[in-house]
Design a protein around this ligand. Structure first.
Ligand code: PLP
Length: 284
């Protein structure tokens, strides 16, 4: 099958699934999600992504109506069942179905669980990416993986209109993250990346690259950097579930990075090797 989806016990092709109009996702984007990418039918870092999913739900007072192991098994099963070996696996929970009312202490159906898998591919690591910068005008809970993605929609549209792939966000010149990824720089042999506070999503891929850099003896500095520092950095790259480690070579039309390709190449190779060994381990 091409796609497969689950909503509150119903399973079917993604484009045939029906959601009640009163699901609070429709009115309030009242929910959280997580997303993984597969190689050869295996979702990368599934445990980390699902753990964050349960943590995100807890932060907004939603209990996911399925135990961790059962959800993990369902995601693995869906990834195996669809035709495409390369896919995106998506999980979402909303506060449930009920008459429109902002507060949620009134009658609700209980949380709604959504799961789907569709064909998709990782962003290639052997190409160069261009970005624009924009003011980060989001709210102050960017650590929660909310389904309220209107700012990301607008930032990504602006990037596309500029012929770019991502938008790098900053608050008064302090770089936070991108519309849908984390951004990092290499400077003088060290990895520098914004700290995990309420201004960024604690990216799973970010955490993996940091752990690998530490293992390889590459110093890691979890301190925010400015747009100016980024433009002068030796290398700039972004990470996300779909972008294991992607080189940025143009920002706002100006060339950036390109001064430490060897170090960035080591980090990219480590990223790819880790993905392949994870696939081998889960296939075994
Ligand atoms: N930051 C934002 C705003 C994101 O939406 C994402 C991914 O969707 C990331 C960072 C990267 O997180 P991860 O590596 O867990 O995919």
């Amino acid at each position: 099958m091409e796609t497969i989806a689950y909503y509150n016990g119903k399973i079917g092709p993604l484009d045939e699934m029906m959601i009640p109009m009163n699901d609070r996702a429709c009115y309030f984007a009242d929910g959280v999600y997580d997303a993984m990418f597969t190689i050869d039918h295996i979702p990368l870092a599934i445990d980390d992504h699902l753990r964050r999913f349960y943590r995100s739900a807890k932060k907004i007072d939603i209990e996911i109506p399925m135990p961790f192991d059962e959800l993990r098994a369902m995601v693995l099963d869906f990834c195996r069942r669809i035709d495409s070996p390369d896919a995106m696996a998506y999980v979402q929970v909303t506060r449930g179905v009920g008459m429109r009312a902002h507060a949620y202490s009134g009658a609700q159906s209980g949380p709604s669980l959504w799961v789907w898998v569709k064909p998709d591919v990782l962003d290639p690591m052997d190409r160069e990416y261009s970005c624009i910068t924009m003011d980060d005008t989001r709210y102050l809970h960017c650590d929660i993986k909310t389904i309220n993605l209107l700012p990301a929609v607008i930032y990504t549209q602006r990037a596309e209109e500029a012929g770019c792939e991502e938008t790098i966000l900053h608050r008064n010149g302090r770089v936070t993250e991108c519309a849908h990824s984390n951004v990092h720089i290499l400077k003088d042999g060290a990895l520098r990346t914004a700290p995990c506070d309420n201004l960024i999503l604690p990216g799973i891929t970010r955490a993996h690259r940091i752990a690998q850099c530490r293992e390889m003896g590459i110093p890691v500095i979890e301190e925010a950097f400015t747009v100016e520092e980024m433009m002068e950095a030796d290398e700039v790259f972004f990470t996300s579930a779909s972008a294991l480690c992607c080189r940025i070579t143009k920002i706002d039309g100006k060339r950036v990075g390109g001064r430490d390709p060897q170090l960035l190449g080591r980090i990219m190779k480590a990223a790819w090797d880790e993905a392949l060994s994870e696939v081998r381990a889960l296939k075994a």
